[in-house]
Design a protein around this ligand. Structure first.
Ligand code: BUJ
Length: 654
C-alpha cells in the first residue's frame, strides 16, 4: 500500500510539474489545426458506382492480358451476357442500395465482411508491416530511448486526434497553393456541407478519416464465422510484450494527461530488466490461428477466468512489442516485423509497434479496420516527432518512481486444454512462417529523377519491372494487383490497379526477343505506352473507376440476396484473374525504410516496393517451391538494368 501511495504521489507530482513548466498544448498535442479533424467529413463526395458497360469493358481489357485467345473469346461471350442480363439487375439493386445508404460507400460493408469473414490466420495472410527509418541521431535508437519516445509521440497523436486538433488529411495536387494557412482559414468559413467543393476549387482533395477512431484502443476479436472489431476509448493503459510475457501500465493519468516521459522510461526499464524465462505457453500464438479455432479457444479462456486479462489486452491503447533480437540484415528485420517468432506478438491488435533491441521499429497492423492511409499518417507523425523533438535522450535518467507498482504483469489461468491449444497453435505458426521465403533488391543506377526526366511514370516503370521479371522467370503474364487508395471518397477503401496490360505483355516479349531485335526507339516507345496505360488505370482506380470493387459489390448483392451467381463469377477465368500471383503495394514516405506482406495465394509473390529519387527497391515474399523469390529478385534486378539501358538509348541485349 505504501509503495502504491508513493507511486501515485510521484506521478501526480511530476504531472503537475510538467504542466507548470510547459503549456499543455505543447506537451500533450502534436498541433492544434486551424481546421477541425472532421472538417471535410460531412461534405466528402461518394464513391461512384461505375457504369456496368465500363466495368465489363475494363474487366475484359484486363482478362485479355492474362488469358489465351480461346479462353478470352469464351469469357467475352459470358461478359456480354452478363452485361445484358443478370449484371443489369444486380447493378440496379446495388445502385438502389447505395442510394439508401448515403452515409457510406457501396464497398464499405462488403469489404469489412471480406476481412472479418476470412477464416485463415491473419498473420501472413493479412497483416502487413512498415518499418521506420532509423533515428539519424546517435544513441536515439537504443530500445529504451526509442520506445519511450515512440509511446509519448503516439499518445500525443491519439490525443490530437481525439480532441479534433489533427489537421485533416488532404491530397494536395498543388501544395504551394493549398497546403497553406490561408487555404485552411478560408475553408474554415465555408459551411460544413460545402467545404469539399471549396477545397476542390484549389485542386485539393480531402480524404476520408472514418478509419481513424479504430487506430487506438482497438482489436479484432475472433468469432465463429465472422470476427468483430472492438474499441474501448476509456482505457488508458499500454500493452507491452517482452519475451512472451505481457505487461501493462498507464500511459495516460486519470485526468487524461500523458504520463511523463521519464516515468514511462522507468516502467519500460523495469520490464526490460525482467529476467524470468519465457512462458511455456505464450498466448500470442493463438492470434495466428485459424479464426474459428481461435474463437473457440477464446471462449475457453474466458471460461477459465481470464476475462479481465483479455479485456486489458483488447482495450490497450496499442501493443508495444520489445524483442531482444539484433537483426543482422534487412531480411531478418522483415521477418521480425512481418511475423517474428509468434510468442511475443498479438496480431489482433489494430496495430503493434514492434521494436528490436537495436531500435529497428515497425508498425504491423491488422487490416480489417483500415488501410495504409491512416496508418501512414500516424507513422509519419510519430517518426517526425520522435526524430525532431524527442522527449528523452541517451543521457536521460528514468524517473525515480515505483515501477514495480505501476507495471502490472498479465497472468493467464491455463488448464491443460488451453495449453494444448497453444502448443498446436505454435506448431502451426512455425510451419506457416518456415514455409515463407523473402528477400529484397535495389538499384542505385536510377530512380524517380531519371524516369521523370524521360517523361515516364516511376510507378509504371516499377510495375513494368515486375512484369518483365515474371516473364523472364516463367515466360508469361499473370494476374497482378496494385493497391490504390479510394480514400478521396466517403468510406472509400481501395481499388485494384490491374498493372498487367496488353502493353506490358507486349513490352515483356519485345525485351526478351533474341532474334530480330526491336530498335531502341521501339523499346522506348513501348515504355511510353506502358507508362501511359498505367497512368490511365491509376487515375481511374483512384477515382473509383476500376472494375474489381464493382464486380465484387455485385457478387455480394447476389450472395446476400440468395440469388444464383451469374456465369461471369463461375467462369474459371474469373477465379483465375482473382488468384493474384503478383500482389503489389507501395508507399512513399521519408520515414519508411522497409515494408511488406506475404503472398495472397500459395503460388504468388508479395511485393512491397519503394521509389526514391535515385534508387528503386522492393521487398518480396513467396512460398517455395511454388515460387522462387530469390530468382525473381535476380530477374527484377535484371529488368531494372534492361530498362536503364533503354532509357539511356542502348539495347540491353547488345
Ligand atoms: O489493397 C488493399 O485493399 C490492401 C492492401 C493489400 N495487399 C497488401 C495485399 C496489397 N494493403 C496494402 O497495400 C497495405 C500495405 C502496407 C505495406 C506496404 C509496403 C510498402 C513497402 C515500401 C518500401 C519498400 C522498400 C524496399 C527496399 C528494399
Amino acid at each position: 500500500q505504501n509503495d502504491l501511495t508513493k507511486a501515485v504521489w510521484n506521478i501526480n507530482l511530476s504531472t503537475s510539474a510538467r504542466l507548470r513548466s510547459s503549456s499543455a498544448l505543447e506537451s500533450e498535442y502534436l498541433h492544434k489545426s486551424i481546421l477541425p479533424t472532421d472538417a471535410f467529413q460531412a461534405s466528402l463526395i461518394r464513391l461512384p458506382i461505375p457504369a456496368l458497360e465500363k466495368t465489363c469493358q475494363r474487366y475484359l481489357n484486363s482478362q485479355e492480358a492474362v488469358l489465351d485467345p480461346a479462353a478470352f473469346q469464351r469469357t467475352s461471350e459470358i461478359v456480354k451476357r452478363f452485361q445484358e442480363v443478370e449484371g443489369k439487375g444486380l447493378h440496379e439493386k446495388l445502385v438502389a442500395k447505395d442510394k439508401a445508404h448515403k452515409h457510406t460507400s457501396y464497398i464499405s460493408e462488403p469489404w469489412f465482411d471480406m476481412y472479418l469473414k476470412a477464416r485463415v490466420p491473419i498473420v501472413l495472410n493479412f497483416n502487413p508491416f512498415m518499418t521506420f527509418n532509423d533515428d539519424p541521431k546517435e544513441g536515439y535508437n537504443q530500445q529504451l530511448i526509442r520506445s519511450t519516445n515512440m509511446i509519448v509521440a503516439s499518445m500525443m497523436f491519439m490525443k490530437t486526434l481525439r480532441a479534433g486538433y489533427l489537421d485533416p488529411d488532404v491530397y494536395h495536387l498543388n501544395p504551394k497553393k493549398s497546403d497553406t494557412e490561408s487555404f485552411r482559414k478560408i475553408m474554415k468559413y465555408i459551411p460544413n456541407k460545402f467545404r469539399w467543393y471549396g477545397a476542390y476549387a484549389y485542386k485539393a482533395f480531402p480524404l476520408d478519416m472514418s478509419q481513424y477512431p479504430r487506430l487506438f484502443n482497438s482489436t479484432r476479436i475472433p468469432r465463429i464465422g465472422k470476427d468483430e472489431l472492438f474499441t474501448d476509448t476509456s482505457a488508458r493503459h499500454l500493452l507491452v510484450m517482452r519475451n512472451g510475457h505481457m505487461y501493462t501500465f498507464d500511459v495516460l493519468d486519470k485526468n487524461g494527461m500523458i504520463v511523463s516521459p521519464t516515468e514511462i522510461m522507468s516502467h519500460l526499464q523495469y520490464i526490460l530488466s525482467d529476467t524470468r524465462p519465457p512462458p511455456d505457453y505464450p498466448l500470442g500464438y493463438l492470434t495466428a490461428e485459424n479464426r474459428d479455432t481461435w474463437a473457440v479457444v477464446r471462449d475457453k479462456l474466458l471460461d477459465a477466468g481470464n476475462t479481465e486479462q483479455l479485456k486489458m489486452v483488447d482495450s490497450a491503447v496499442f501493443a508495444l512489442i520489445l524483442d531482444d533480437d539484433i537483426p543482422k540484415d534487412p531480411i531478418e528485420v522483415s521477418r521480425l516485423h512481418l511475423h517474428g517468432n509468434g510468442a511475443n506478438r498479438w496480431f489482433d491488435k489494430s496495430f503493434s509497434l514492434i521494436m528490436t533491441k537495436d531500435g529497428k521499429t515497425c508498425v504491423n497492423f491488422e487490416h480489417a479496420w483500415g488501410d495504409g492511409v491512416a496508418v501512414l499518417r500516424y507513422f509519419n507523425e510519430v517518426f517526425k516527432l520522435t526524430t525532431e523533438k524527442p522527449f528523452v535522450h541517451p543521457d536521460t535518467q528514468p524517473a525515480n518512481v515505483d515501477s514495480a507498482a505501476a507495471v502490472k504483469k498479465i497472468e493467464f489461468h491455463l488448464g491443460d486444454n488451453l495449453k494444448q491449444a497453444i502448443s498446436e497453435a505454435k506448431s502451426r505458426f512455425d510451419h506457416l512462417v518456415n514455409s515463407l521465403d523473402l528477400g529484397f533488391t535495389t538499384t542505385e543506377k536510377f530512380g524517380k529523377n531519371l524516369i521523370k526526366e524521360k517523361k515516364l511514370s516511376p510507378d509504371a516503370i516499377m510495375q513494368l519491372s515486375f512484369q518483365m521479371a515474371f516473364y523472364k522467370q516463367y515466360g508469361k503474364t499473370v494476374p497482378t494487383y496494385e493497391s490504390c487508395s479510394t480514400a478521396a471518397f466517403k468510406h472509400g477503401r481501395t481499388e485494384t490497379i490491374r498493372s498487367a496490360t496488353m502493353a506490358t505483355k507486349k513490352t515483356c516479349e519485345m525485351f526478351e526477343k533474341t532474334g530480330n531485335r526491336p530498335s531502341v526507339s521501339e523499346l522506348q516507345g513501348m515504355l511510353k505506352a506502358c507508362s501511359d496505360k498505367h497512368g490511365q488505370l491509376t487515375k481511374e482506380a483512384a477515382m473509383g473507376e476500376g472494375f474489381d470493387r464493382h464486380l465484387f459489390g455485385l457478387k455480394h448483392i447476389a450472395e446476400t440476396e440468395g440469388m444464383p451467381l451469374p456465369e461471369l463469377y463461375t467462369d474459371p477465368a474469373y477465379s483465375y484473374i482473382n488468384h493474384i500471383i503478383l500482389s503489389t503495394s507501395t508507399l512513399s514516405s521519408p520515414a519508411v525504410l522497409l515494408g511488406g506482406f506475404a503472398p495472397v495465394v500459395p503460388d504468388g509473390f508479395g511485393v512491397g516496393y519503394g521509389v526514391q529519387d535515385d534508387s528503386l527497391g522492393c521487398n518480396v515474399t513467396s512460398y517455395p517451391p511454388a515460387r522462387d523469390v530469390q530468382e525473381f529478385l535476380r530477374c527484377v534486378k535484371q529488368s531494372f538494368d534492361d530498362i536503364y539501358e533503354v532509357l539511356n538509348d542502348r539495347d540491353p541485349k547488345k
